[in-house]
Design a protein around this ligand. Structure first.
Ligand code: PEP
Ligand code: MG
Length: 749
């Protein structure tokens, strides 16, 4: 081997240790030695600083020494960042032509165009990167790559220790995870991005149970009398009325009555008397309020009816609000307004409340990114990160939190430089931006027309859609008004919501997905016998067929609202031909009934189904003959095919949309649909993700329905896709049964 001497020297690192006065000195010697042996002009070692999510230049020969510690790259940024993120070497004759190249000012590196960089990996975890640079006419050879890889592997053990020591020097102590609140100093948590955006604000600890228990355990030193209580009651009532008005104006479809139960309880005579009577007799008002809250909670919690049990939540919220207005300072209860909320669990209705309180962001300690709370947070445009790290439990009220929900990072009490780094992005997010420029329709590079449709969860989504361009609504998740409200909306209420949707739709194509409750979308007022795994229970179309009165009302409302649009109706979670035929039969009966009524309605809707249950794939050819269209719901298809709960962050590493079985299933649906001349679309989160677009188009699918925030950027990506190339990629992906090979093709190339 060309570099035997170097490898021997590296293998005996003790000489480096012996003569080194400090870690910096040790690293300095290492880079000089490697550069000399490899005849490189520059040698750099970057080590990752996990707390800050950056690769930091820790040693260098060839640049000015002042740059050490100053050059900081994000994973994926620059050649070093790319090598680190992809965990693969880069050897390139002219680094300036690399797509991720980043010129670092003051390095003088314009002279050194030839790059060789390899990752330094310990176990499976990347630690950093070693990088060599030479003058442009002196490119590295294959033997150089192999040698540097061996060097990197030998260095890994040393650098692992260096990294630990540097992190201690860098004062990034991890909080202990005993659940005890501590003063955090700059802690970094890696989570999953559930709803995009950035936010920086003080933390407000969970709404609901935890907070109530905390208040209940307090003793109030100051004396509060009847007048204080009356004042607090009036203030609370006003607050709730304002909030209710606010949500109704902005979220009319889902928000009806959302704060109303709080208001009703507040006006309830016995509830009021339970608080005021003891205060008149001399009891301190906060104690009386808490005791009343506890009494009602015990009552509601004991009820066998889920609807009543949900009231516990309302009482906890209400009492917390009351105490804040009564003894705010002493109770140290900051409002959640403009804060980042840390919560262990959230109902969809909580999200609406938080949205009306203008929270800046959410750190959620449970759930998955395809869960419906995440989907709703995206519609409400609240940045949200899901974190499965016990350290998150130790966040205190008032800790400063920065969330980067573009990539899923959470910083607790971040250092000034991190805050500064995000300032521009946060400011930019707050400015009212001109809508992205979009072409009126989408096509691939070689002119193949792709229908881009939007997923709509709340009517609020239409605001954004009105500024974009797309071919209609490909998925309206009709259940959100059902699960957020306090009762099933009537046919008329549904008609009004659906009519607004149709009138606000960006084109005539409107696809209604019929009620998909169950799973993680259970209305609290619904007395369900579902126990155990509700994703496998009376969910979706099963629920609708078991409650045909509710289903019929919904279908009638849809047919009436869609009188003058290109109406499409699809059933979720279909598992058999018989089930589809039965559901379609109900639609036909509704059409017959409406004909008799003389009302305006749509008598020729297209009737299709979602492909979400794996069993359907084996009989997809038969389905293709009887449906008008398919829409592939990859969120559920992945969950059911891979037996992995989409809402459970603990198993999220198993939630792999690019699993070969999933890819082959998608292809099979596409082939069956195309053979019968039926439309097929993808409407699950895979359609949001730019990385899957080539594969989906390569399968022959020409319709995609996605969250509106992805429309503009995905239209651009589609404009760069060549269908013949996409088909070749798809063939390659379908030919392998290996998850990792597919991952590399899709994400690392
Ligand atoms: C899906 O399952 O992919 C889908 C689009 O439906 P939902 O996410 O509402 O279950
Ligand atoms: Mg689904």
């Amino acid at each position: 081997m060309d570099h035997l001497n170097l490898l021997l020297n590296i293998g005996q690192l003790d000489w480096v240790f012996k003569g080194s006065s400090s870690i910096e000195n040790l690293l300095g010697k290492l880079v000089v030695m490697v550069a000399k042996h490899m005849q490189a002009d520059v040698c750099s070692i970057y080590i990752s600083d996990d707390a800050k999510g950056k690769l930091v230049l820790r040693a260098n020969t060839g640049f000015k020494p002042q740059l050490i510690g100053k050059i900081r790259l994000k994973p994926g940024e620059g050649i070093a960042g790319t090598v680190f993120e992809k965990n693969e070497p880069v050897c390139i004759a002219d680094g300036f032509t690399h797509p991720n190249f980043r010129y670092c000012k003051g390095t003088g590196e314009e002279r050194y165009k030839s790059f060789l960089s390899v990752p330094i990996v310990s176990g499976a975890a990347p630690l950093g990167v070693i990088m060599l640079q030479r003058q442009e006419n002196n490119r590295f050879k294959n033997s150089d790559i192999k040698a540097l890889q061996v060097v990197a592997s030998q260095l890994a053990v040393v650098l692992e220790n260096v990294k630990i020591i540097l992190s201690l020097q860098g004062a990034t102590p991890r909080a202990n995870a005993r659940g005890k609140k501590e003063q955090h100093h700059s802690v970094f948590l890696k989570g999953k991005a559930a709803s995009r955006g950035y936010a920086y604000a003080k933390a407000a600890l969970a709404i609901g149970t935890e907070r109530f228990h905390e208040i209940a355990a307090r003793t109030f030193g100051k004396k509060y009398g009847l007048a204080d209580l009356q004042k607090a009651l009036t203030k609370t009532e006003k607050e709730l009325e304002t909030l209710q008005k606010l949500v109704e104006d902005k979220l009319s479809d889902a928000a009806s009555m959302i704060f109303t139960s709080h208001l009703l309880i507040l006006k309830d005579k016995s509830f009021l008397a339970a608080m005021t009577t003891p205060v008149q007799k001399g009891r301190n008002a906060p104690d009386a309020v808490i005791a009343t809250g506890q009494k009602y909670i015990t009552l509601f919690a004991a009820s066998p009816v889920p609807y009543m049990q949900e009231k516990v939540h309302d009482i906890e919220d209400l009492v917390t609000r009351l105490i804040r207005n009564l003894a705010g300072k002493e109770a140290k209860l900051p409002p959640v307004r403009h804060r980042i909320v840390i919560a262990t669990d959230l109902y969809p209705s909580d999200l609406l409340k938080l949205s009306s309180e203008k929270v800046k962001g959410i750190v959620l300690l449970s759930g998955g990114v395809t869960s419906h709370v995440s989907i709703l947070a995206r519609s409400l445009q609240i940045p949200m990160v899901i974190v499965n790290d016990p350290v998150a439990n130790t966040i205190s009220d008032g800790d400063h939190i920065l969330i980067d929900a573009e990539i899923g990072n959470v910083y607790i009490n971040p250092d000034k430089d991190i805050v500064q780094e995000f300032k521009d992005r946060i400011d930019e997010q707050a400015t009212v931006k001109a809508p992205p420029v979009m072409m009126p329709f989408s096509e691939t590079k070689d002119g193949v027309r792709i229908k881009l449709m939007a997923n709509v969860n709340l009517l609020k989504d239409l605001e954004l859609l009105s500024q974009l361009s797309c071919d209609g609504i490909g998925l309206y998740r009709s259940e959100f008004p059902f699960i957020i409200r306090k009762n099933f909306p009537t046919e008329e209420e549904q008609y009004f919501i659906y009519r607004k949707l149709v009138l606000g739709a960006p084109s005539k194509d409107v696809t209604f997905r019929t009620l998909d409750i169950g799973g993680d979308k259970v209305p609290a007022y619904w007395e369900s016998s579902n126990t155990g795994n509700s994703f496998l229970g009376l969910r979706s179309i099963r629920f609708s067929l078991a409650h045909q009165d509710i289903f019929t009302q919904q279908i009638r409302a849809i047919l009436r609202a869609g009188a003058d649009c290109h109406l499409k109706i699809m059933f979720p979670m279909i598992f058999s031909l018989e089930e589809f035929i039965q559901a379609k039969g109900i639609v036909m009966n509704c059409i017959d009934e409406l004909k008799k009524s003389g009302e305006a309605f749509n008598d020729q809707p297209k009737i299709g189904m979602m492909v979400e249950v794996p069993a359907v794939i084996e009989i997809i050819e038969e389905f293709a003959r009887i449906v008008d269209f398919f829409s592939i719901g990859t969120n559920d298809l992945v969950q059911y095919m891979l037996a992995v709960d989409r809402t459970n962050e603990e198993v999220s590493e198993y939630y792999i949309p690019h699993h070969p079985a999933v890819l082959r299933a998608i292809k099979r649906v596409a082939v069956a649909a195309v053979a019968c001349g039926k439309e097929v679309s993808v409407c699950g989160d895979m359609a949001n993700n730019a990385k899957y677009l080539q594969f989906i188009i390569g399968c022959g699918i020409r319709t995609l329905s996605m969250n509106p925030i992805y429309l503009a950027e995905n239209q651009k990506i589609i404009g760069g896709i060549d269908v013949a190339k996409a088909e070749t990629l798809t063939q390659r992906l379908l030919a392998t049964g290996n998850i990792d090979t597919i991952r590399k093709e899709l994400f690392l190339s």
